[in-house]
Design a protein. Sequence first.
Length: 73
Amino acid sequence: MPDQQPAQPYGQLPPIIINNNVSSFASAGAFGGGVRRRRQSFWVHFWLLLFTAGLGNVVYAMHISRWNRDRGL
């Protein structure tokens, strides 16, 4: 039958879903722009433990946590 379309060999194509839920702020942070969350450094904690008997670790951890909290991160 010349009027009939050839059948697709694998059935129907699956639907294509594009997920655009990422905010511009998050994508800017991924490429070096914007404000990024500060992380605590193992080496800073290590040296503070040696030189301040652990008291510097508490101050450093509070500083990093406050910095992140003030920026909503």
